[in-house]
Design a protein around this ligand. Sequence first.
Ligand code: 5GP
Length: 188
Amino acid sequence: MKILEERIKKDGIVLPGDVLKVNSFLNHQIDPQLMMTLGQEFARLFKDDQVTRVLTAEASGIAPGIMAAYCLKVPMVFARKKKPSTVTDDVYTAEVYSYTKHVTNTISVEAKFLHKGDRVLVIDDFLANGEAAKGLISLAEQAGAEVVGVGVVVEKAFQGGHDWLLDHGYRLEALASVKSLKDGKVEF
Ligand code: 5GP
């Protein structure tokens, strides 16, 4: 998406370790108008897929996820990174190694929010090595749901997640596809 690429060019900062910092509109301060535009685009891309739920991960997947779910008129559920003490029911869990935080989190969703027969659209902010996407897919599949695709705001296509998803037969839609972050420059 042109508008997203332009915003990344304008406000994105390349950090060491091939990390793109976009915390002025996506990861800390959030631009709601831009999020709605991204949500509309996800909804357009998956309009024929009979999506019944959007699944994302806290915290940074929630903004694009809720807008996609709003436009598709379905509920959004976000996987939690810490199990709250209020959760006593059955949960699905998956281990996810965080690319940016260098820790492994056990993400979880209460079983009552993902069902067999659900057609799940997985949404996340970034796709790097694909750990978060794999974890979210695993949660949906543990429930017996079908993953209709994975939508990410930004993919770093030079890292492993892109190929892993396509090699395993998952549909991937990235609204911005970054080819390189070499020398501090973002190349699409
Ligand atoms: P993956 O699990 O695909 O290796 O990494 C994706 C997750 O790590 C995303 O949920 C995102 O929060 C974080 N992440 C990975 N790379 C970047 C990056 O370059 N910039 C930002 N802001 N987050 C990233």
